[in-house]
Design a protein around this ligand. Sequence first.
Ligand SMILES: Cc1cc2nc3c(=O)[nH]c(=O)nc-3n(C[C@H](O)[C@H](O)[C@H](O)COP(=O)(O)O)c2cc1C
Ligand SMILES: O=C(O)C(=O)c1ccccc1
Length: 389
Amino acid sequence: MPAQFGTYQSEIYLQGLAGVVPPFTTDATALEAAARELLEPGPFGYVAGGAGSGATVRANREAFDRWRIVPRMLADATDRDLRTTVLGTELAAPVLLAPIGVQSIVHPEGELATASAAADLGVPMVLSTASSYSIEEVAEASGDGERWYQLYWPNDDDVTVSILERAERGGYTALVVTLDTWTLAWRPQDLDQSYLPFIRGVGTAIPFSDPAFRALLAQSPEEDRNSAVLRWVQMFTGVDKSWDRLAFLREHWDGPIALKGILHPDDARLAVDAGMDGIVVSNHGGRQVDGAVAALDALPAIAEAVGDRVDVLFDSGVRTGADVIKAISLGAKAVLLGRPWVYGLAHGGKEGVRHVLRGVLADLDLTLGLSGNRSLADLGRHTLMEITK
Ligand SMILES: Cc1cc2nc3c(=O)[nH]c(=O)nc-3n(C[C@H](O)[C@H](O)[C@H](O)COP(=O)(O)O)c2cc1C
Ligand SMILES: O=C(O)C(=O)c1ccccc1
């Protein structure tokens, strides 16, 4: 029996009978607006903001709005199966949590709360290299939950190997290598507040726990916080990397590897040539190249270019069940959700993350059925109409 994600809707209505409304809004836009009220301007701007003029943040949403689902009737979609397998991981639904760094800037429990919520719901989390808690602490909070690891590729091979070994030992099964953030973009909302999470509120935002990293420091991060922060930023800045260096990661990581931040079909082909197992079509939620193509607009040509030679994942702008359906219809096997559950975390820690995830999954399940589809295999270009005017 496939998971019944739609039960969250019934639960909410049943509580409504008793006069109780949901603890947080079920609308992604309203949740962001509420987070603006709740959070300090620094952390809120950091999470919500994008690069430059915000053109790509907007383009991500506009791209979703240009595609419309064309529902089919009397299609016997009462029982639905949302399962898929991505990078060797069996998913009950095609949804994962995108890697999000420094989660303690919105809630003290940060990644621990997120990991616990994700594990409860059987949704994999992708832990960021910039996590506020260590690889080991998050593994413990995740329990037997499925977890992947996102690598910001260090400029030091010993540190890279140390991180990869810790992630493997910690039960993280797939590696996501983010390529689009080898330096932070021009982000006016952060610049205007001089807000950088690993500078403001340091001590919690990044633990600097890696032994190989600590070995590079003249003084420990506890003794000299500023030098540790600077060294850490240097460690992840600059491109001394090239496509052939991916062989190094392959050598030191046993599981599947996906490259995150792919927007050009030729880069997708290079990922295939480099022997990668997956790609994440993403513009980092519009946070890196202002004016970059919307991730959804880049998706069809990339999916076409690689076929089934690698698993194609997608993120940037996914807010609703319908958005998930659109991304799958245009060639993604699964999507990563970013900001919405971060706002959930801000509002209610683990419960807030659970609420957002259950909402998206219920919405996805209901929208799939109401548009006359029983499984992800039913979806394709034929599911959608493009509005070109
Ligand atoms: C606050 C914040 C922190 C992020 N940190 C990381 C990170 O550490 N590593 C990474 O690969 N992507 C990071 N991202 C990008 C997300 O993984 C994802 O690509 C993006 O949020 C998707 O867009 P969406 O927020 O519109 O869903 C971050 C995004 C946000 C909003
Ligand atoms: O802010 C981001 O988008 C991001 O990827 C990041 C990078 C370093 C530390 C924290 C988050």
